[in-house]
Structure formats: structure tokens, C-alpha cells
Design a protein. Structure first.
Length: 278
């Protein structure tokens, strides 16, 4: 069975790999990216299976127009993949206002725009799937990624809410959480001049690890793209899909630690309830 996919951020990384793998097996792909010419090689090879459009996900009006055009051109779309992303690698004080705005506009608001644009079409179809690409950093944190985390924790909260709201319409949403993977994303991270005050802090340590090439990237990008496709093929609709040993281990450790701390506050939490008589 073939499907039709709408994918953002297809010029490189997971978006490009998904597009390649889907086209090679005969699926149709509506691929959106800032520079459509980056997919000229795939268009030449696969012809009408590939529909492309220029898209800047930070432009809400453009997102609506492109999504509407894709549904109009292709008739139905089975899977919407929110993949476009932008990263800022800097301590909380080092990042510029423009960098902060760009990461929030792309990762959080851009994904929200795409979901809102697609939902009327998916409701009319009475079926559909949304894959929201997040990261291990949507549930745990690492120094120098505070603004990236802000966007990913935000989109995970949004997505979890949307999943419950749209389930009655036959629409499912899965948050996909790849770990650190050599997709070229790291080399495209925006950076800022380092402040000496952070040299001997966790932020400085992670900066040195990245500069020295000691930042582990255990994920296999092709396997991750395949796992996303396999999930859709399986018909399973989990709320989250962790992909990568680092994602599994880091998120699990974070959740266990958070639950342990949460449990220490049970007495004071209950003490402020209105029915305690306090």
C-alpha cells in the first residue's frame, strides 16, 4: 500500500532521507523546503511522485497556502511530517534576540502553523497521521541548548494536547524523538561568541566537547528515517517514539529523576489543598 506524505524541511537530514526512501518504494511525497532546487535530482528521477514547494515555516500565511496547494494538487495526504528545524548552540546569556526568535519561530510556531493548516483537510478526510519530529531534548536537557529545549519542550506539550483533541476525527499524532545523529544538523547550529564567565561551567565543558569532536553521535540517520516509515506502515499510533540509545537512556534517566523529586513533595503538595483544613 502506498501513501502520500507532506514533509517540511526536506533539503537535508531526516527530511531528505525520508523523501528518498519513500520515493524509492513508490510513495508520493509533497516535499517543502526553502530552496526547491535542492531536490532537482529526485525530481528528475521520480517525476510526478515528487511534488515540491518553497516554504518558510516561520511564515504562517505561506504555510497555509502551501498546505492548501498540496492537498489540492494531490487530493489526499495520509501523513504530515513536521521536520523543519533550527538550532542555537549557546549559553542562555550568549544567544542573540534574533537567534532566540528564529529557534522559537521555526521549531515551535512553525510546527504549530503546519498542524493548524493541515487539520481541516485531515478532518475532512476523516483520517490521517501527523509525525512531529522532536528530539531527546524534548524531555531532557543539555547545556548550551536552552532555547532549542524551550522550543522542543513546547512543541511536545502542544502535540500531546493535539493528539487527544483530534483522535475522535480518526487522526493520530506521534512525537518522534531522535537522539544525537550525524545528519549535518550539528554543523548548521547557530552559535554566538563565548563568554569567558562560562568557560569553567557545564556550558563551557560541552562547548569544548563539541569543538574537540568528542560529542557522541550514536544514531544512524537512515535507520531512524526507516523506523519512522515502519511506524506508519505498522498502523501503530504511540504518542511518542524514542529513536536512539541515547534518547532512550537519557530520557528514562530524566523521567526517573523527575519522578523521584516529584514524590518528595507529596506532603507539601497535599497540605495546600482546600480540603486539608489548613
Amino acid at each position: 500500500m502506498t501513501n502520500t506524505w507532506f514533509i517540511t524541511g526536506t533539503s537535508s537530514g531526516f527530511g531528505r532521507l525520508l523523501t528518498e526512501q519513500l520515493l524509492s518504494r513508490g510513495d508520493r511525497v509533497a516535499a517543502t523546503l526553502r530552496r526547491p532546487e535542492a531536490l532537482d535530482d529526485l525530481r528528475a528521477e521520480y517525476g510526478d511522485l515528487l511534488w515540491t514547494a518553497q516554504l518558510d515555516v516561520t511564515d504562517a500565511g505561506q504555510v497555509r497556502r502551501v498546505v492548501d496547494d498540496a492537498f489540492k494538487a494531490l487530493g489526499t495526504i495520509d501523513v504530515v511530517v513536521n521536520n523543519a528545524g533550527y538550532g542555537v548552540f549557546a549559553s542562555v546569556e550568549e544567544a542573540t534576540d534574533e537567534q532566540i526568535r528564529q529557534v522559537i519561530d521555526t521549531n515551535l510556531l512553525g510546527s504549530i502553523h503546519a498542524v493548524r493548516a493541515a487539520l481541516p483537510h485531515l478532518r475532512a478526510q476523516q483520517y490521517g497521521r501527523i509525525l512531529q519530529v522532536s528530539t531527546a531534548g524534548g524531555q531532557t536537557t543539555y547545556p548550551n541548548f536552552s532555547y532549542y529545549h524551550a522550543s522542543k519542550w513546547g512543541i511536545e506539550g502542544f502535540s500531546e494536547t493535539v493528539a487527544a483533541e483530534v483522535a475522535p476525527f480518526g487522526i493520530s499524532l506521534t512525537i518522534v524523538e531522535p537522539g544525537a545523529t550525524p545528519t549535518g544538523f550539528g554543523s548548521s547550529l547557530a552559535t554566538a561568541p563565548a563568554m569567558p564567565e562560562y568557560t569553567d561551567t557545564p556550558a563551557g565543558e560541552v562547548r569544548r566537547m563539541l569543538a574537540d569532536g568528542n560529542f557522541s553521535l550514536p544514531g544512524d540517520p537512515r535507520k531512524i528515517a526507516t523506523a519512522m516509515i515502519d511506524l506508519v506502515d505498522s498502523g501503530q499510533t504511540p504518542l511518542r517514539l524514542p529513536l536512539g540509545s541515547d534518547t532512550y537512556d537519557d530520557v528514562r534517566a530524566s523521567l526517573v529523576a523527575r519522578l523521584a523529586e516529584h514524590d518528595t513533595h507529596r506532603t507539601v503538595a497535599y497540605s495546600v489543598s482546600a480540603d486539608t483544613g489548613a
